[in-house]
Design a protein around this ligand. Sequence first.
Ligand code: ARG
Length: 257
Amino acid sequence: MKKIITLIIAAAMLLGCAALAGCGKTEEKVLNVYTNAGFAPYEYLDENGKVVGVDIDVVNYIGEKLGYKVVINDIEFNAILNEVSKDKFAVGAAGMSKKPDRDEVALASEVYATSIQYIIAPKGTFEGEKVALADAVAYAAAASVKSIGVQKGTTGADLVAGGIEGTDAKVIEYSNAIIASNDIGSTVCAVVIDKMPAEAICKDKDNLQCWSLDAEMESYVMYFNKDNAELVASVNTILKKMISDGLIDQYTVKHSS
Ligand code: ARG
């Protein structure tokens, strides 16, 4: 009886296989990466307009190890998790901070970096190295331009939204922090974004300075489709090794210089 069942299953598999075009050829596995360039050193456009950065190096390395062709999609930051939830072989690699509402819709990888929110403002705006959120908000509330710029859908946007409650300060949401920073002095008085992207922006602009906000540390993860715990497990093994081998640090240095 068992033999017959095995035979029937084998026959059914053969038939099913024959019905598929290209059966027998090894199909190329594709990993769809969703990111949002404009967030150096993690993802930014190089001089040829190509998306490069730490996250891109990491997913390319992982893709190579696991035999996936990596396809990079540069989209709005706040649209990333929606794309990930639609496709089993999708991943959000965008310096994404781990947080509970995101964990509800996607599977987080190992933490591969940490960060903290920074504020970018005209040189000399604040004293010292660290600025309390309340002081940043008080500065905005007293400024002639009362809005703080943030990137839509980010943890920085959440932080500022919470901080300005009940004050005269306002917030303007931008599609990325670079565009927001170009508006400092015209439509916003400051911009809040993660540490390294803030430093990259300040490096490029003589009139601006960066300060760390007195906020909580954030942990960067890659977010995968809920139905692909298997992929996350394989990725985590590779990520851990990349971290212990110092590869991620190496990529970070390479993209920060
Ligand atoms: N870490 C922040 C967050 O998760 C900002 C990430 C923005 N990333 C980007 N590629 N633009 O909300």
